[in-house]
Design a protein around this ligand. Structure first.
Ligand code: A3P
Length: 277
């Protein structure tokens, strides 16, 4: 469905206008934290790090992260550690969370890898029924012409970076997936500093180890939350954790497709470092 200048997946999100209204009726604590991302940019990865740091633990969660776009507000109120995730644009974030200046971590990823990840993910979900037999080139065309059901990748990162530019003092941290892949331990520290928590060096080592792709995906494959079973028929493994690599797009995109996306990004002047290696 189209709503307020962007798109939402009606099948799983139900009535988005209602959801946004309900979110605007919620109150938060100053200490609450949001991880925001365009889908397939590392939302779950970043969420686990934030949740561990906040809980002073190195245990991976067995639940899906509380996604504010979809969960009923009664459930969202029950989030005890105050960490929630969102794929919403800044203008759709719950009003009180922004007024209270809750901390926000925005994770972004090379959109070429995002497109590949999204294609592979959707094909395994009930919401992806319509693209089951679709070829990647058709899907990619939809991705770069903003026809996918989560709206435009470029608009998403542009609106979040604009939000920070317009609200320089707002506690928002941009994290790049590729940088986090290169230096996970360093990013655990960056995130801890941003959250103003003081974990021991040993705990940060453990968190980094638990959040390595191999460790995390093995754990998640063995602990599939019920909510995941509702969106997919695949019950024997966790479809959120596919390859966790940088640059898989080179196995999928043609030179022409890659250049077409580059041109669109250059035309929008994104103030972000985007890694194409
Ligand atoms: P791939 O499909 O390329 O493997 P999101 O959580 O926003 O839906 O993002 C999912 C993507 O993040 C998937 O990408 C997934 O494998 C990757 N991911 C999840 N955990 C990761 C980790 N610990 N390290 C690196 N990538 C991870």
């Amino acid at each position: 469905v189209e709503y307020d200048g962007t798109r939402f997946p009606a099948i799983i999100f139900g009535n988005i206008a209602n959801q946004l209204r309900e979110l605007n009726g919620m109150t938060f604590k100053e200490s609450d934290v949001f991880v925001v991302a365009y889908p397939k940019s590392g939302t779950h990865w970043c969420y686990e790090i934030v949740a561990m740091l906040r809980n002073n633990s190195s245990e991976l969660t067995k639940q899906s992260p509380p996604l504010i776009d979809r969960l009923p507000v009664e459930k969202l109120r029950q989030v005890s550690d105050g960490v929630r995730v969102s794929h919403l644009l800044p203008r759709h974030m719950p009003r009180d969370s922004i007024e209270r200046r809750c901390k926000i971590i925005h994770i972004y990823r090379n959109p070429k890898d995002v497109a590949v990840s999204y294609f592979n993910f959707l094909k395994k979900t009930k919401e992806g029924e319509l693209i089951k037999d679709m070829k990647f080139d058709v899907f990619f065309q939809m991705f770069i012409t903003d026809q996918l059901h989560r709206g435009s990748w470029i608009d998403y990162v542009k609106e979040w970076t604009d939000f920070k530019e317009e609200n320089v003092e707002y506690p928002l941290l941009n994290i790049c997936y590729e940088n986090m892949k290169k230096d996970l331990r360093g990013h655990v520290k960056i995130i801890a500093d941003f959250l103003e928590v003081k974990p021991s060096e040993e705990l940060m080592d453990k968190i980094a180890h638990k959040c390595e792709f191999q460790t995390m995906s093995a754990f998640k494959h063995n602990n599939i939350p019920d909510s995941m079973c509702r969106i997919t028929e695949v019950r024997d493994k966790h479809i959120m954790y596919r390859k966790g690599e940088v640059g898989d797009w080179k196995n999928w995109l043609t030179v022409a497709q890659s250049e077409a996306l580059d041109e669109r990004i250059q035309a929008r002047n994104l103030p972000l470092e985007i890694h194409y290696s």
